[in-house]
Design a binder for this molecule. Structure first.
Ligand code: SAH
Length: 431
C-alpha cells in the first residue's frame, strides 16, 4: 500500500492539535459567530468572516496570501495572528476497491484514522471523534486500544477538509487523474477543492474511532460547520452521527441540531446487549429507544438507522431477528446489518452469508426495513470496527468491568436482579 504518501500530498496547513502551540488562532473549526468576533478583534467588519469561510470551506484554501479578495493589510494581519491547521498525515493506504484510509497524527505519539469510501453516486468520509474509545464494546477493535483523548473541533472538521484536499488536488492527490473524483492537476495549492463544483466528500459519517456523543462539546460545533451553507454545506441527511447509546446526549442532540442518527443496537434484549455494549447497563434498550423516538419527533426526522453487527452464534438467530422486529416494527426505524469484521485477538466470528440473509428476511417479514452493509476496504483494515490508530490508553478501568461491578453492587444491595454479567464468550471460537 501507499505508505508514506503524505510526503507527496501534505497541504500547507500545520497540524491541528488540541491547542495551538504557535499561539495563533486556528480558524478551522471556528463557528461563524466566533470567526466574526475574531475579524472584529482585528478591526475588520463581520462580513470578512463570510469571505474567510468561503476560502476555507468552499475553496479549500490554506494560505492567507492566496485570498485575493481580502485587503493586503488584513491578509498580513491574519498571517501573524491566525493559522489554518489540519491534522498531519502519517500514512495513506488505498484498498483494491478504491477505499482510502489515512492515519493522522494526534500529538504525543497518538494517531487516529479516517476512511474514504467512493461509490458511483457519492463519496462518504468516515471520520473519528476521539483518539481511541472508552466504551469497551466487546466486538470492536478500537475498544481494545483503550481511550486517550477527545479530538478538537478543528481536528474533526480538519478531517473533511483534508480528505477533500487530498482527493481533489493536483499531482500529489491519492485519487489519481483517472478517478471520477480526481480533478486532475488544474487546481494548484491554495484552492484545492475544485472550482466551486461539487466537492469530493458528499457524505460524512461519524463512525470512525470514538464515541461522538462522549465528545459532545467538540462534535456539535463540527456538525454545525458541516451543515452551514458557508461551511461544507452538506444536507442534513448526508451527515450521520452513530452512537452506542448515550441517552442523555441523544436528548441534547434533539434540541441542538438535526442530523441523521444511527444507533449501534446489536442485540434485541438487555442481557445480551449489556455484554456486547457495556453502556447498556447504564441505559437499557427501552430508555435508548424512547430517546430515539424523541429525537425523530423533535427533529422531524425520517427514521433512525439501527446498526446490528452479525456475530456467528451470538446474536444472529431467526428468533433474535423476530425479537428485534417486535421492538422496532411500529416505529420509524431501519436496520443495517453489518457483517462482523474480524481483528487479531478476537474470538467472535462473522455470521455466514446465509444466516445474515435469513436474519434480514425475518426482519422484513416482521415489518422492518433492513439492509446488509457491504464491507469495504477490508484489505487495508478500513472496515467498520477495524480502525485502531495509535492509542496510548489512559483509561483507568475498562467500562465493561466497571459497569459489571456497578451492576453486581446494585444486585448485592437488592436493587436489581441480575444474572452474572461479564464479557460474552461466543459459542464458537474463530481464528
Ligand atoms: N461509537 C460509535 C461509532 C463508532 S463504530 C458507535 O458505537 O456507534 C461504527 C459502527 O461499527 C458501530 O455500529 C459499531 O458497533 C460497528 N462496529 C464496531 N466494531 C465492529 C466490527 N468489528 N465489525 C463490524 N462492525 C463493527
Amino acid at each position: 500500500m501507499a505508505e508514506g504518501a503524505a510526503e507527496l500530498s501534505e497541504p500547507g496547513g500545520t497540524q491541528a492539535g488540541a491547542g495551538a502551540p504557535s499561539g495563533r488562532v486556528n480558524l478551522l473549526g471556528l463557528a461563524r459567530t466566533e470567526l466574526e468576533g475574531f475579524c472584529a478583534g482585528l478591526g475588520s467588519r463581520p462580513f470578512r468572516a463570510r469571505q474567510l469561510m468561503n476560502w476555507l470551506y468552499k475553496r479549500g484554501c490554506d494560505r492567507f496570501e492566496d485570498m485575493s479578495d481580502l485587503a493586503r493589510a488584513f491578509r498580513s494581519e491574519l498571517a501573524a495572528r491566525a493559522e489554518i491547521a489540519v491534522p498531519r498525515i502519517l500514512t495513506t493506504q488505498r484498498a483494491a476497491d478504491g477505499t482510502c484510509k489515512w492515519l493522522l497524527a494526534g500529538g504525543a505519539g497518538q494517531a487516529f484514522e479516517m476512511v474514504y469510501i467512493p461509490e458511483p453516486d457519492r463519496g462518504t468520509l468516515c471520520i473519528s471523534s476521539q483518539v481511541g474509545c472508552a466504551l469497551d464494546c466487546a466486538f470492536c477493535s478500537t475498544a481494545q486500544q483503550g481511550f486517550n483523548r477527545n479530538l478538537s473541533t478543528a481536528e474533526i472538521v480538519g478531517q473533511v477538509w483534508l480528505a477533500n484536499h487530498e482527493l481533489g488536488s493536483g499531482p500529489g492527490s491519492v485519487s489519481g487523474s483517472g478517478s471520477a473524483f480526481g480533478r486532475g492537476s488544474a487546481f494548484g495549492r491554495g484552492s484545492a477543492f475544485g472550482r466551486g463544483s461539487a466537492r469530493i466528500v458528499s457524505n460524512v459519517v461519524l463512525m470512525g474511532m470514538g464515541e461522538p456523543l462522549a465528545n459532545y462539546r467538540n462534535v456539535l460545533p463540527a456538525l454545525r460547520i458541516f451543515l452551514d451553507d458557508l461551511g461544507f454545506d452538506l444536507s442534513r441527511r448526508r451527515v450521520t452521527l452513530s452512537t452506542s447509546g448515550l441517552v442523555p446526549q441523544i436528548y441534547r442532540l434533539a434540541q441542538d441540531i438535526n442530523v441523521a442518527l444511527a444507533v449501534s443496537l446489536h442485540a434485541p434484549d438487555d442481557a445480551l446487549r449489556s455484554e456486547l455494549v457495556p453502556i447498556n447497563r447504564r441505559h437499557p434498550i427501552a430508555e435508548l429507544l424512547a430517546a430515539c423516538w424523541h429525537y425523530i419527533d423533535e427533529q422531524n426526522g425520517r427514521s433512525v438507522t439501527f446498526e446490528y453487527v452479525m456475530l456467528d452464534g451470538v446474536n444472529d438467530s431467526p428468533a433474535q431477528a423476530r425479537a428485534l422486529a417486535r421492538l422496532l416494527a411500529a416505529h420509524p426505524a431501519k436496520v443495517n446489518l453489518i457483517p462482523f469484521n474480524p481483528f487479531p485477538g478476537t474470538s467472535f466470528r462473522r455470521s455466514s452469508e446465509g444466516a445474515i440473509q435469513r436474519f434480514r428476511d425475518e426482519l422484513i417479514r416482521g415489518g422492518v426495513i433492513a439492509t446488509i452493509r457491504r464491507t469495504r476496504g477490508e484489505d487495508i483494515d478500513a472496515a467498520c470496527g477495524q480502525l485502531v490508530g495509535r492509542v496510548k490508553d489512559r483509561t483507568v478501568v475498562r467500562l465493561g468491568s466497571k459497569m459489571a461491578a456497578a451492576t453486581r453492587r446494585r444486585a448485592a444491595q437488592g436493587a436489581v436482579r441480575t444474572s452474572a454479567p461479564g464479557r460474552t464468550a461466543p459459542r464458537s471460537h474463530g481464528a
